[in-house]
Design a protein around this ligand. Structure first.
Ligand SMILES: NC(=O)c1ccc[n+]([C@@H]2O[C@H](COP(=O)([O-])OP(=O)(O)OC[C@H]3O[C@@H](n4cnc5c(N)ncnc54)[C@H](O)[C@@H]3O)[C@@H](O)[C@H]2O)c1
Length: 438
């Protein structure tokens, strides 16, 4: 039986087309029967469950299917389903399942939801350590879908990652996992280096060994360092000024070296600040919204004159879908927006919307200027023409995006068990008790 795949020279784009053809010919994706087992300890998870996991609410589904899981999977791989009927691969010689690994960061959760819903013939695998800032609630809308699988695991564990690639035959990797909070990075630089640099090296090495079709590394505008008037394009030098940005820049170098050395098809993205629902409230927009919703003041680092560009989450999803389809191997893409405002201006905007006031003195009442970070870049203006040439542009106006975000936090602030801690003017250190150093 001929199974089309990367070994037959098919690209993601072809696969997407084939997926559409397949959807027309077979109304159900139930043949895509990946069975998940659940276990509480990481050792048991890895050994006993053959890397299949799911969250609690899938247990009923699992109980029915567990007994025959591996049989179903093996038969499916051979092109035969358990009832002895032909699998979709046999019925449609052109059918292919494209698999991904995704990471459950705040931004990744939006991408995962979009892919699971819009690409039912692709199996979306979501790998995440479930660190202090992660919430599985962000994925409730897709957690029971048959083309979605969650795996709890750490990118800093080479054996586990290697086994994952061997077991799952992954075609495309989108690497979002990272320590991301700049404030914390000043106090925990080594942990940031460990996860962001070492973890990325583990992942890209395993992906290369497994011969994946595309490896997208999600980086940040912060690698450019601050600017006053210079607009950064992808060839601008990297001049990071904080440990988070330095670790992302170093990780980029490791990823890029796999292209230089092996022509391994990596793509690097550098995006502006992302905002929208699902974001752990340590980041500035959900932090200020949540503080104001609790009748507390916005804590502004330093002068508040630092300016940031903000992109709404669904625009970022569109950007990653564009990069997956059109991004060229070995290339870097800025994912930016011209929409920019200072942190003080952001606070005023949120006070206006949440406290319903435009009076300067009332606004000042809700603003608390606190000690600045050790370094705080002034601006990150980026030129995103390369992305525009691929057909992507941000679409969601600030007024619309921020209203949706404010609404979401009214009901969902407690989606994380430690959300209150995120509202301190400066980060607390406890979350890092979980981090094992090198
Ligand atoms: N949020 C932004 O504004 C922004 C802007 C530009 C780039 N980025 C990049 O996008 C990516 C996602 O950012 P975010 O803000 O959504 O992140 P986030 O902090 O919300 O989530 C990071 C995720 O990584 C997971 N993680 C951490 N260490 C891990 C490990 N060792 N193994 C597996 N999983 C691990 C965490 O559990 C968490 O779910 C990051 O790489 C970040 O550098 C983010």
């Amino acid at each position: 039986m001929k199974i089309p795949g990367k070994e037959n020279g098919l690209s993601f784009r072809n696969a997407e087309h084939i997926g559409k053809v397949y959807r027309k010919s077979t109304p159900t994706s139930s043949a895509c029967m990946y069975l998940f087992l659940q276990s509480k300890t990481s050792a048991a998870r890895r050994v006993a469950s053959n890397l299949y996991f799911c969250s609690d609410h899938s247990n009923r589904f699992l109980a029915r299917r567990q007994a025959s899981s591996l049989t179903v999977r093996n038969h499916y791989r051979q092109g035969v389903n358990t009832a002895g009927k032909k699998s979709p691969r046999e019925r449609s010689a052109t059918y292919i399942i494209v698999k991904y690994v995704f990471l459950l960061s705040y931004s990744a959760s939006h991408v995962v939801v979009s892919l699971v819903k819009n690409y039912p013939n692709y199996l979306i695998i979501n790998l995440d350590k479930l660190d202090y800032c992660a919430s599985l609630k962000n994925l409730e809308t897709v957690s029971e879908k048959e083309n979605y699988k969650f795996i709890q695991g750490d990118i800093c564990e080479p054996d586990f990652i290697k086994q994952l690639f061997e077991t799952e035959k992954i075609d495309i990797v989108l690497h979002f996992a990272a320590q991301t909070h700049v404030d914390l990075s000043f106090w925990h630089a080594l942990e940031f280096t460990y996860v962001n640099v070492y973890g990325t090296n583990v992942l890209v090495a395993a992906a290369h060994e497994a011969n994946v079709e595309k490896f997208v590394y999600v980086s940040t505008d912060e690698v450019y360092g601050g600017s006053t008037d210079e607009e950064f394009d992808e060839s601008s030098p990297k001049r990071p000024t904080n440990p988070y940005a330095s670790s992302k820049a170093a990780a980029e170098c490791f990823v890029q070296s796999y292209w230089e050395r092996y022509q391994f098809p990596v793509v690097i993205t550098r995006s502006s600040n992302v905002y929208g629902p699902h974001q752990y409230p340590e980041k500035v927009i959900p932090k200020f919204i949540s503080l104001l919703q609790q009748n507390r003041k916005c804590c502004i680092h330093g002068s508040g004159l630092q300016r940031r560009n903000f992109l709404y989450a669904t625009d970022v999803v569109e950007a990653f879908l564009t990069v997956l389809k059109e991004g060229k191997p070995g290339e870097i893409y800025n994912i930016g927006t011209n929409f920019e405002m200072s942190i003080a201006q952001l606070a005023k905007e949120l006070i206006h919307l949440i406290k319903k006031t435009s009076s300067e003195s009332e606004m000042e009442h809700w603003m608390d200027y606190v000690k600045d970070r050790p370094t705080n870049d002034l601006r990150y203006p980026m030129n995103s023409e390369k992305m525009h040439n691929l057909g992507w542009r941000p679409k969601v106006p600030w007024k619309e995006g921020i209203k949706k975000t404010i609404e979401w936090y009214k009901e969902n602030f407690h989606n994380w068990k430690n959300s209150e801690k995120a509202l301190e003017p400066f980060p607390v250190t406890e979350p890092f008790a979980q981090l094992s150093g090198p």
